[in-house]
Design a protein around this ligand. Structure first.
Ligand code: ZN
Length: 376
């Protein structure tokens, strides 16, 4: 399902708090970082905050810079991003600044909350997601109905927690401010719960006056048939590995990465690597992992091309090697054409043996690129 790119944006104190417990909002950043946030806002199609943030902070959520607003208008976009909020109960004050500044607003809620919001006369489009708030449906609606390609989420902690735990965030932009709050009642960025087990990927780190901006990406593969942002990241790496293959006129160039459920990379490989003129990418990657590796059972194999079902060079096709390794989830970009093997159906072999196969056709061109000389 297509959905927006979801960017979580937050600032915390050195002891991990979003705010202190006092009535005034604690300012964690300085002018330079507020200007950076303004630029991120200007890049977004929509800005989302939870209802708790509207109640606690009463924010306007506007693009402050006239130059950035002009640039948006010149590009044919609205002057301000769409403002989005989420409230199960629908208990929101219709006088809040959120509703009365900037451009269009939409509030996602439940059937019960929708009645309350309409009775209160909230000046926004009210969209019910049913009996409860479902983030998947919310993001699909934003994408399909509102045309949102890039969503900036500015909190609060409850919203950030839900999006990260449900593997719906593409990126976390975290600012660390040189302050200590020291109050156990003060709100934290992330609440307790089940997150990915392994390390997130650090994409960028930058000092902005006295705060530090760190950008992270989740790394844990999805668990089911739906792709999560980390799945696309790992498959892009597999496609880029394909470009490293020594050229061949008798075999495809393919890249593969094996990733544990917690987001830890176990191995990677590409076709014909290390002077082996017939080795396949998935075979090369799996050969680097000891067969008794317990994380293989929960791992995902990313392969730029559908794993092979038959091959002449070696007795074991890659689909069989993957199954024998205990892996039960494969993500691939491109189905094998009939160039070398008629009606190869590695995906069918995998799914017929109980593995999940997720195909991401949006990366097919990237997977094919090192194979153009083969007429694909
Ligand atoms: Zn193969």
């Amino acid at each position: 399902m297509p959905r927006p790119y979801v960017l979580l944006s937050a600032a915390v104190s050195l002891d991990g708090h979003l705010d202190d417990a006092g009535p005034q909002r604690l300012l964690l950043s300085g002018p330079a970082d507020f200007d950076r946030v303004d630029a991120v806002r200007a890049s977004a199609d929509a800005i989302l905050v939870g209802a708790g943030t509207i109640r606690a902070d009463n924010p306007r959520l506007l693009v402050a810079s006239p130059a950035r607003r002009d640039a948006r208008i010149s590009a044919g976009r609205p002057e301000h991003p769409l403002k989005v909020t989420v409230s199960s109960s629908g208990e929101l004050d219709p006088r809040a600044r959120f509703w009365h500044t900037g451009g269009e607003k939409v509030v996602y809620t439940t059937d019960e909350g929708a009645g309350r919001l309409r009775r209160a006369g909230v000046p926004a489009e009210v969209v019910s997601l049913g009996a409860e708030v479902d983030w998947h449906r919310l993001l699909e609606h934003l994408h399909d109905v509102r045309g949102v390609g890039r969503l900036m989420v500015e909190g609060g902690g409850k919203v950030h927690t839900q999006l990260l735990r449900q593997q719906l965030a593409d990126e976390l932009q975290l600012v660390l401010a040189p302050l200590l709050v020291g109050d156990p009642q003060a709100p934290r960025l992330f609440g307790p719960g089940g997150y990915q087990g392994g390390r997130l990927r650090l994409v960028e780190v930058r000092a902005v006056e006295d705060v530090v901006l760190a950008r992270y990406e989740p790394t844990a593969p999805g668990a089911g048939d739906a792709a999560v942002p980390a799945d696309r990241h790992w498959l892009r790496i597999a496609c880029d590995l394909a470009a490293q293959c020594p050229p061949s006129s008798t075999a495809f160039s393919v890249g593969a990465v094996v990733v544990a459920a917690d987001g830890t990379e176990l191995a990677r490989g590409h076709s014909r690597e290390g002077g082996d003129s017939v080795v396949h990418a998935e075979e090369a990657a799996l050969a680097k992992i000891t067969p008794d590796e317990p994380r293989l059972a929960g791992a995902t194999v990313y392969s730029s091309l559908e794993p092979c079902a038959r091959r002449s060079s070696r007795p074991m096709p890659c689909a069989r090697l993957i199954l024998d390794a205990g892996v039960r989830r494969v993500v691939t970009a491109w189905r094998e054409p009939d160039t070398f093997v008629e009606a190869a159906d590695g995906n069918g072999l995998l799914t017929g043996s109980g593995a999940r196969v997720v195909v991401l056709p949006e990366l097919a061109d990237r997977a094919k690129e090192p194979n153009h000389h083969l007429g694909v």
